[in-house]
Design a protein around this ligand. Structure first.
Ligand SMILES: Nc1ncnc2c1ncn2[C@@H]1O[C@H](COP(=O)(O)OP(=O)(O)OP(=O)(O)O)[C@@H](O)[C@H]1O
Length: 368
């Protein structure tokens, strides 16, 4: 659901920022350190309950304040807006409210406010460890398959318990086998959701990528974490003695990966920075597009859209984003890089930020 109104208090240098974003494109322009990324961070915080910049909540709570607050009104096509808010205290306490009621779980807001982030760190999706790509697939599977999250949680718990037993040693093959049935059952379920999701995502990705660049040829391959011809039960059975020796569970969905390949090998080894940015953007936009087609509008946060891209590709990316008909927040250091073709029908609002103070720009001029 898009954000109709946003109130941010005490997030980094944003003491008190209130604004009504466009339901389509919002461009936030400011110099380095002005607070642009902090606005995206606040929206991310509201959706995920955590920042994309740091796992330590104390880093984003404004110095000399004991809490930060992000409040928004979520637009519903039919019906009145839904007020949602998140308050995070310095002592770690978090209070998430939806329509005045305390949220039952941390995922409740993520479901109502799916957020897709494209930032300089997104390169990690290609260059980072498989865990980053598993997170990407799991985010999609979570939104795609209602049963995924409970299977994933149960499987994680079973895996942790098994690894604790293995680490402690002194466990026999037969005793370990008694613990494995839940791990196998839930692991197969997690794997089936991931596979179904990647199958659905792949054509979206190929289409989006071809819109961004006609000559980039890249393919997705899902590696489930073990030989695809064998069941998880078979490989867990066969690997039990080895796991006892190693002290951890060596095969299973915890080894899964989404491999992104060109004709010349792994994308991250053969493409330029700009091309990698196009691939990462295509993956994230494809993920968003799939969700939109499922009737789940989402919010795109794009930190420094212009970086790494030439004018032609920036324009293509903007046109594609505008065509998604979603709410988008883009940051930029300079107005000229955002002066892009959005199309006459797109509602574009530009904001300027300086020292944490936000003001709306009208036709490139600051409103007094
Ligand atoms: N906990 C905090 N309390 C107060 N101010 C903070 C805190 N953490 C960071 N800051 C300041 O808040 C500002 C945050 O800026 P932000 O990272 O949002 O800038 P930006 O406009 O995205 O910059 P850039 O273009 O360099 O990425 C910086 O000036 C930083 O020094």
């Amino acid at each position: 659901m898009p954000l109709m109104r946003l109130d941010i208090s005490h997030v980094r240098n944003l003491s008190s920022v209130r604004f009504e974003p466009s339901l389509q494109v919002n461009v936030i322009i400011g110099e380095n350190g002005s607070g642009k990324t902090s606005i995206l961070e606040a929206i991310h915080l509201l959706s995920f309950g955590r920042s994309f910049r740091s796992h330590k909540h104390k880093t984003y709570i404004q110095h000399d304040n004991d809490h930060c607050l992000v409040f928004a009104q979520l637009d519903q096509e039919k019906g009145s807006p839904i007020p949602v808010g998140l308050q995070r205290h310095r002592d770690g306490q978090v209070d998430v409210r939806i329509q005045g009621q305390r949220a039952q779980s941390a995922t409740e807001l993520a479901e109502r406010l799916p957020v897709q982030l494209i930032n300089p760190d997104s390169f990690r999706l290609l260059e980072g460890s498989p865990s980053v790509r598993r997170q990407f697939v799991d985010w999609g599977a979570f939104h795609f398959d209602k049963g995924f999250i409970s299977a994933w949680r149960g499987w994680q718990k079973a895996l942790k318990q098994r690894n604790t037993l293995l680490r402690r040693g002194k466990i026999s093959n037969s005793l370990l086998a008694a613990f494995d049935s839940e791990l196998i059952r839930l692991g197969e379920q997690v794997n089936a959701s991931r596979k179904a999701y990647v199958e659905k995502l792949t054509p979206y990705f190929l289409k989006v990528l071809s819109q961004l660049s006609e000559d980039l040829k890249v393919d997705l391959h899902f590696f489930q974490g073990w030989d695809a011809q064998k069941s998880l039960a078979t490989v867990v059975d066969a690997g039990r003695d080895r796991d006892i020796e190693l002290g951890y569970t060596s095969t299973g969905p915890q080894r899964a990966d989404l491999r992104v390949k060109t004709n010349n090998g792994d994308a991250q080894d053969s493409l330029s920075r700009g091309q990698l940015k196009l691939v990462v953007s295509a993956l994230k936009i494809a993920q968003g597009q799939l969700l939109i087609d499922m009737g789940r509008p989402l919010v795109f946060l794009i930190d420094d859209l212009a970086a790494e891209l030439d004018a032609n590709h920036r324009q293509k990316l903007c046109q594609l984003l505008a065509s998604l008909n979603s709410q988008i927040f883009i940051t930029s250091v300079a107005p000229d890089t955002t002066d892009l073709v959005w199309g006459d029908t797109t509602d574009v609002r530009q904001f300027s930020i300086r020292d944490g103070e936000l003001s709306k720009l009208s036709n490139g001029l600051q409103e007094s």
